[in-house]
Design a protein around this ligand. Sequence first.
Ligand SMILES: [Zn+2]
Length: 306
Amino acid sequence: MENKYAIGIDIGGTNIRAAIVSDKGEIIKKIKEKSSGDIIHAIHKSVENLFNENIAGIGFAVAGLIDYQKGSVLISPNLPSIEGEDFVNKLSARFNLPVIIENDANAAAYGELCAGAGRNYSDFVLLTLGTGIGGGIIYNKKLMNVSAEIGHMSINSEGKKCLCGNYGCLESYASARAIISSAIAFLENGRKSILRDWNNNYKKITAEEIFRAAKDGDLLSIEVFKNAGKFLGIGISNIINILSPEAVILTGGLTGAWDIYVKEAITIASERALTYLFKRTKIIKSELTDDAGIIGAAGLVFNRQV
Ligand SMILES: [Zn+2]
């Protein structure tokens, strides 16, 4: 009988979260290990803790650029110690199982397709809206094996320098990092805001604090979120015009600011995208949130194994 379970592992900057996932995308058992210290050891430990004879394979979701041929991570800004490590082939040999590795946003998109907000769509784009911005593209119910670095879509030719080296990237305007830095810039310029009373050192404010202030009517915070939403809307309108997906699914911490940030993005996308294409695209929230990467990475095992 074919095995109906896979291990899905999401390797993040702080934690390694792993689970046994059924072929229907249900999480059966979930564990968490710290990803600080010897990360390869922590990865092996996670697999050993979950392994049993009913496992069909192991799928990894990692933030960064993936070398699919070698089965390794080329570049991972949050996890440099994992770059070039050959843990995929070693685990495959040790457990005699297929082991796959995928970018975390791509895996999350596949997770939403298997068991989340994307299950009723054939074509959609997932955007992860957090410290940075990532993306994954589903086309004809399949994950497109492309980098989908949507956060590095250039939207302002004379714009801010991005961490990637380019100028004017979406991520430099619409991510949590961008929201925080633009609030700090306003505060440095002497703008009035309740954020000054909330935090002795306004250079340490968080995106959550800015959102809370915005909900309390703080004009600076509302402006910062709306401005980020405007750029997100430009990015979404580009996605709609290029790919005409049935849905754009938004996930990540910033979706908590839906009423200010995402609503502004939807308004701007409606004004900028081709009307016919915009009308057939739903802009919706993810359903799986933090588990999407784990479920997607495990799902890819079933999808790819021969
Ligand atoms: Zn960039």
